[in-house]
Design a protein around this ligand. Structure first.
Ligand code: PFF
Length: 444
């Protein structure tokens, strides 16, 4: 580790930062519509199993590499496998986050636009036809999405330029607790709506008949995306962890918070969707297209309540998106600072310029958006996760892996987990990832 390298203030702060990275649009925007599309609670059960069997081991693989080396992804691979092809993993894990940062910022920008709209005008004053065309009109225009994307990326850049402790840690520490409180309030409200019980049932009652191979592959992919795996994000954050921190419990807490938050988001969205008699399988448009109908109907009954709920909702989406965005931004920034010896400020500006340019293309050209989403989430992320698991399972020395997970034997309780982890990482995880990867190119 470089002598002046920053580290998180405590193990709890590392958990906050990692949970902040995990909790994002994936939980609020993607998880509820995936649950809707793939059989409700049946999907949730598979999702939890995938997290335990596949995602947590990969989380630990990245953490081991990051914490062991105290370097960001490319530097870490260069240190552990100098001159070998393994260093290519580092390259994937800078390009992937750069692409996700760019298109994620576009969606983050939508949340800024919707937040401003809900502050300054009311969804309640709009007809269903107007709401129906709102999302298409907004995303189909040029200036709105580009300005919103610029604003979102700029906020992220400001946080990143403040550094690991003052920027990432402080933002995660102060934004996550209110975010969770806001979402719990929204959940209570949503569940109490007349007719909401059908949505609650939808979330808790498994429909195994809808659980096909595509649903299982989607559960695995969603679990990876949600825990920010395969992109070097976990690796980079783990490189800021102290040698005394417990990697196993940090990963477990991050997964628990991430899953808990996804379930809360599901209980915000689904009961409201059912209460309004809308389609639960609306797909990606669920949050930005379907929910405004609900806010509008609510506005007819109580304009003030509708305004408060709408503002709180889009504010939550924005905060969640920011804590994830900064984690990807940091992977690229840390690479430039550590390997290219740039100042943090210069690195932040360079990443801003590149991510802004790709993001503008994503904001105005839906094909570029879909391409970046597909390549980063389905190709680079899965290949990154596969490479990390193969590296830890087959290339790194077993004793070193065990030492890192047990803090050189000072956490003997972790030894049992290590044994299960090692078996999964060598044999089960690579096969599972191979299946998800191929599922992207096969129609079931
Ligand atoms: N985990 C984030 C979410 O659920 O929205 C998305 C994400 C963040 C993916 C960081 C990848 C990443 F490296």
């Amino acid at each position: 580790m470089e002598p002046n390298r920053e580290i998180f203030g405590s193990n709890l702060m590392a958990i906050f930062a990692l949970a902040g990275s995990a909790i994002g649009l994936g939980n609020i925007w993607r998880f509820p519509y995936m649950v809707g599309q793939h059989g409700g609670a049946a999907f949730i059960i598979v999702y939890i199993l995938c997290t335990l069997v596949f995602s947590l081991p990969i989380f630990y693989c990245e953490s081991i590499i990051g914490r062991r080396t105290g370097r960001s992804s490319i530097g870490a691979m260069r240190q552990l496998a100098p001159g070998s092809r393994w260093t290519l993993i580092g390259v994937f894990t800078v390009l992937g986050p750069l692409m996700i940062t760019s298109f994620y910022s576009v969606v983050g920008g939508w949340s800024i636009a919707y937040l401003l709209r809900s502050c300054f005008s009311s969804f309640g004053a709009m007809s269903h036809e107007e709401i129906g065309s709102l999302f298409a009109n907004f995303t189909g225009s040029v200036w709105g999405p580009v300005l919103a994307h610029t604003a979102f990326l700029l906020i992220s850049a400001i946080i990143i330029s403040a550094g690991v402790r003052k920027g990432i840690e402080t933002f995660s520490k102060y934004s996550l607790p209110p975010l969770v409180v806001l979402m719990i309030l929204l959940m209570v409200y949503s569940i109490s709506l007349p007719g909401a019980h059908a949505g609650v049932e939808y979330m808790v009652k498994p429909d195994f008949s809808r659980l096909d191979a595509r649903a299982i592959a989607s559960a695995m992919g969603q679990s990876f995306f949600s825990l920010s795996l395969g992109m070097g994000t976990v690796l980079t954050y783990a490189s800021y962890m102290s040698k005394k921190d417990n990697i196993i419990s940090t990963g477990a807490w991050t997964a628990v918070f991430d899953l808990g938050f996804a379930l809360i988001a599901g209980f915000v969205v689904m009961p409201a969707v059912f209460a309004a008699g809308l389609e639960p399988q609306a797909g990606p448009g669920l949050v930005f297209e379907t929910l405004p109908f609900i806010f509008a109907d609510m506005g007819a009954a109580s304009p003030l309540l509708s305004k408060v709920v709408t503002v709180v909702f889009f504010l939550s989406v924005l905060i969640a998106a920011l804590t994830s965005e900064i984690s990807m931004y940091e992977v690229c920034t840390a690479y430039l600072v550590e390997e290219r010896k740039m100042s943090r400020r210069k690195a932040t500006v360079l990443v801003f310029v590149v991510a802004w340019s790709i993001g503008v293309a994503c904001a105005v050209l839906p094909k570029v958006f879909d391409f970046c989403d597909f390549v980063s989430s389905n190709v680079l992320m899965t290949l990154g996760a596969l490479a990390f698991s193969l590296f830890i399972g087959w290339r790194m020395k077993k004793a070193v892996v065990e030492a890192e997970l047990t803090n050189d034997g000072s956490l003997p309780g972790n030894r049992k987990v290590f044994k299960v982890f090692y078996f999964l990482t060598r044999y089960i995880v690579p096969v599972g990832i191979g299946i998800i990867f191929l599922s992207n190119f096969i129609t079931f």
